[in-house]
Design a protein around this ligand. Structure first.
Ligand SMILES: [Zn+2]
Length: 498
């Protein structure tokens, strides 16, 4: 920043500080909070006045409110925007709100039909919601049509893994219907979908041409492709590097924004190197971005295909990096072999990343935080669904000081908003805590905030969130969920036809 601009900003800040108390009475006031706004870099004690679902005032003086939430000693920040949530259910929304999430978006897998998905959620959601249109579901729809499979009602809430039958996922889209693929995706964008989602690795039949054509549509519409890339392996052929190169090339020739999801679980120990590639591509005008979740392990079954021979080289792990879900103990090679050949519970946590890798990836300014959450049925799930955002604040800010509090808030609010705001109008009002912004606000205790969930207890609330507001309405109050609240609003792209 140049000096005159800085001085002007300083003068404005002083004016603000000297301003007399505002006579108005607000709907709601958050009093005495340490307000951190990642856009303006404000980090100061303020009263926050909320009216009509928006932030109406930020004052160093006293504000009157019909409802006053006392926040002395607490941090107030923009609500967290999760670009990667497969969780649809109301119960999991409660866990997410307790983790500070005020907007959850299903962008990786996407949904289809888009209109049905939004309609089913209208008026009943705890937090804001939105989705991309699913490339993988649309291609499967066309495959079934080409087969003569009678049209069936599509469940837009189907598991993201259900991208087609075993045959279809390995097959290309037949030539007889291929020309309809991108128009159908375009129709989803016109229904308000936030870009295009592609579970590319889950449908190996997606050709390079097909992915290029889909990315071209994203480019024509100035929107993003959100993709679980084709490969996640340290070994060629079929390496993460090849999949990253494909997406960089597609973004370069199409002008599309391409967002590569959970780089930590696709690239493992090569995550920092892949992020370095993204920087180099961006230096040459390629609009590519990425995200991570702050956990070193994934959850798998020893008898699944991912443990077919060569798994140690592909993932860069050894049997000792596997932790039994039933005993909590790390495996020996003999125990792994016995599980692989045997029956019974073969669930394991695969610790595929070291703390050093996660730390280096999180420290990169290009990497934002997203959860990859799913509906939490029981403890036997991944803790990222309930605890991603609070874990960043507790473990990576307070306990290990990997990143600053302000940087963590930026990665969880402003960065996701900026990723989308070019084609999602509401995002210009989210991810900021300033006058005129949507009153999606988290208020937490920086001394205690942390995930409550861990690898053996996935179904646990995060701790330390005192208040969470969605459009000015409390969904968490005094650290507890507000029963019956449903202030969540749909988030659409600007392409939505009236
Ligand atoms: Zn994924």
């Amino acid at each position: 920043m140049r000096a005159p601009t800085f001085l002007a900003a300083l003068a404005a800040a002083n004016l603000c500080a000297a301003a007399p108390a505002i006579a108005e009475t607000f709907d709601l006031v958050i009093a005495h909070a340490r307000v951190i706004d990642p856009e303006s870099s404000l980090d100061a004690i303020r009263d926050i006045g909320v009216d009509g679902g928006r932030v109406a005032a930020l004052s160093s003086g006293h504000l009157d409110g019909r409802t006053v939430l006392e926040a002395r000693g607490l941090v107030a920040a923009p609500g967290f925007i999760d670009l990667h949530s497969h969780a649809y259910g109301a119960e999991t929304a409660g866990y997410q709100a307790m983790d500070g999430v005020t907007t959850r978006l299903e962008l990786e897998a996407g949904v289809f039909p888009v209109k049905v998905w939004y309609a089913a959620k209208a008026g009943r959601e705890l937090i804001n919601y939105g989705a991309s249109v699913s490339h993988t579901a649309v291609r499967n729809f066309l495959q079934e049509e080409a087969d003569g499979t009678p049209h069936r009602p599509r469940d837009p809430f189907a598991s993201p893994d259900e991208v087609g039958t075993a045959d279809h996922i390995h097959e290309a889209v037949p030539a007889s219907v291929y020309a309809r693929l991108t128009p159908m995706l375009d129709a989803g964008l016109a229904e308000g979908a936030i870009g295009i989602g592609s579970l590319t690795q889950y449908a190996p039949g997606i050709t390079h041409q097909e992915l290029l054509d889909v990315t071209r549509l994203a480019g024509q519409r100035h929107t993003c492709l959100f993709t679980h890339i084709r490969y996640g392996s340290l070994v060629e052929p079929g390496s993460t590097l090849e999949a990253v190169q494909e997406n960089i090339a597609n973004a370069a020739v199409s002008g599309a924004c391409v967002h590569i999801v959970h780089i930590n679980s696709m690239a493992m120990s090569s995550s920092p190197a892949m992020v370095a590639l993204f920087h180099q591509a961006r230096d040459h005008g390629v609009d590519i971005s990425t995200e991570m979740y702050p956990w070193d392990a994934s959850f798998d079954q020893v008898r699944s295909v991912i443990f077919d021979p060569g798994w140690e080289q592909r993932w860069g792990v050894r049997p000792e990096d596997l932790q039994s879900r039933s005993t909590g103990r790390r495996l020996t090679r003999a125990e792994f072999d016995a599980l692989r050949a045997g029956k019974g519970d073969d669930g394991v946590l695969m610790h595929m990343n070291t703390e050093a890798t996660l730390r280096a990836t999180l420290q990169d300014p290009l990497v934002l935080v997203a959860s990859d959450s799913v509906d939490i049925a029981d403890d036997n799930s991944h803790p990222r669904s309930a605890g991603t955002f609070s874990r960043v604040l507790g473990h990576y800010v307070r306990e290990t000081r990997a990143i600053s509090l302000n940087e963590a808030i930026r990665k969880m609010s402003l960065m996701p908003a900026q990723r989308l705001e070019g084609f999602v109008p509401a995002m210009a009002r989210k991810g900021r805590l300033k006058v005129g912004a949507d009153a999606d606000i988290v208020v937490f205790d920086p001394a205690t905030v942390n995930a409550g969930a861990d690898y053996l207890h996935a179904k646990a609330y995060s701790v330390g969130m005192r208040y969470v507001l969605v459009g000015g309405a409390p969904v968490v109050r005094d650290g507890r969920l507000v029963p019956g609240a449903h202030p969540g609003q749909p988030v659409y792209s600007k392409f939505k036809a009236p």
